[in-house]
Design a protein around this ligand. Structure first.
Ligand code: FES
Ligand SMILES: [Fe+2]
Length: 361
């Protein structure tokens, strides 16, 4: 950890070392100290509207289950049967009237209580009360469902601040979910975040289409405790281009540490959920939202623009992953003008990864 100095001003700072993108030990620390100790996006409220609807996810290598109970409450659990640790619910989502383990048929109700235990006569020192599903903390903000695998020291809204206030002013609640796309990348999850957080530095070089609508001289970055936002006016003049047609007004690119992004411009929004898979692989899940008045053709054109930008980002991120493996590279410097959010991200990473230094672990 000593290779990164988080106390330098941006003008003197260097990035986290390349080894942090390659090392299984760092990935393990990230699971334990970052993904298990921060609020984590896990899904959308629209997926869990009915009683008995559930979704599954994996956060920090932990199988997670979110269920809407018969009382209307959302509850989160480890998706692990108390008998032999079979994954309780399989599949991404669905609707059930009870949670039945497919291995030996133990059943839990929608509140996680153990109800049915076949062939259990004669078992001593066992109570159903003590063998319910293990709960986790769930909270909802603006239709997004989040979990916390540790002991949260801040409410979800405090953690997300000032995104919460901004979302109210921009009426995000009125946008309607349209579709989801999933991308698998051959790079460390942090590289995808780094690329997002370079303050528009790569827009002209990597995204010529997007560059044609961005007024780069007015591109700004602001950082907060666990979030940052990059903003720019969108001023495309070519009325024929998809980018100009679908990217108007003011763009806001919000990052919520460590792995959630929310991109918004007039009537158009997408969220990006970045999931580590391995040291050199990650998955990025895009959810697209539009104003309810927007016609379907516009939505398709807008998604095509996002897919083009994503294809350009994927290629550069995968290239960088290869470069980071080179013996010629260990750390790099930051543009003072552009890369404040990237340094902020690295400082947060270093702070969390070092949490236990000096302790018995
Ligand atoms: S592992 Fe679930 S019932 Fe045996
Ligand atoms: Fe990009």
């Amino acid at each position: 950890m000593s290779q990164f100095n988080p106390n330098l001003p941006l003008s003197q700072a260097s990035t986290i070392p390349a080894t942090w993108y390659l090392s299984p030990e760092i990935a393990e620390r990230e699971r334990r100290l970052i993904f298990s100790q921060t609020w984590q996006f896990v899904g959308r409220l629209e997926q869990l509207e009915q009683k008995g609807s559930f979704l599954t996810a994996e956060i920090a290598n932990e199988p997670i289950l979110i269920v809407r109970g018969n009382d209307g409450e959302l509850r989160g659990f480890y998706n692990v049967c108390r008998h032999r640790a079979a994954l309780l619910m399989t599949g991404e989502c669905g609707t059930v009237d009870k949670l039945r383990c497919r291995y030996h048929g133990w059943t839990y109700d929608l509140a996680g209580k153990l109800r049915g235990v076949p062939e259990w006569d004669g078992v001593e020192n066992f109570t159903r009360e003590e063998n319910g599903l293990v709960p986790i903390t769930v909270a909802v903000w603006n239709r997004f469902i989040w979990v916390h695998l540790g002991q949260p020291t801040q409410t979800l809204e405090e953690f997300l601040s000032p995104l919460v206030e901004w979302a109210k002013q921009n009426d995000l609640g009125s946008l309607v979910w349209h579709s989801r796309k999933i991308y698998d990348l051959k790079c460390n999850w942090k590289l995808y975040c780094d690329n997002y957080l370079d303050g528009g530095y790569h827009v002209h070089t990597i995204h010529p289409g997007l560059a044609s609508v961005i007024d780069y001289s007015k591109y700004k970055t602001n950082i907060f405790e666990y979030a940052s936002v990059q903003t720019t006016p969108l001023e495309g003049t070519d009325s024929q281009s998809n980018v100009s047609k679908t990217r108007k007004g003011q763009a806001s690119y919000w990052f919520v540490y460590p792995n959630f992004m929310l991109n918004h411009s007039q009537g158009v929004m997408d969220t990006n959920w970045v999931l580590p898979i391995d040291t050199d692989r990650c998955r990025v899940i895009f959810d697209f939202y539009f104003d309810a008045q927007i016609p379907p053709e516009f939505c398709q054109e807008s998604i095509a623009v996002a897919e083009q930008v994503q294809a350009e980002d994927i290629q550069i991120c995968e290239d960088v992953q290869k470069g980071l493996r080179s013996r010629s590279y260990s750390t790099g410097r930051f543009s003072v003008k552009r890369e404040i959010a990237g340094y902020h991200f690295h400082r947060l990473l270093a702070h969390h990864l070092d949490w236990e230094s000096g302790s018995a672990n």
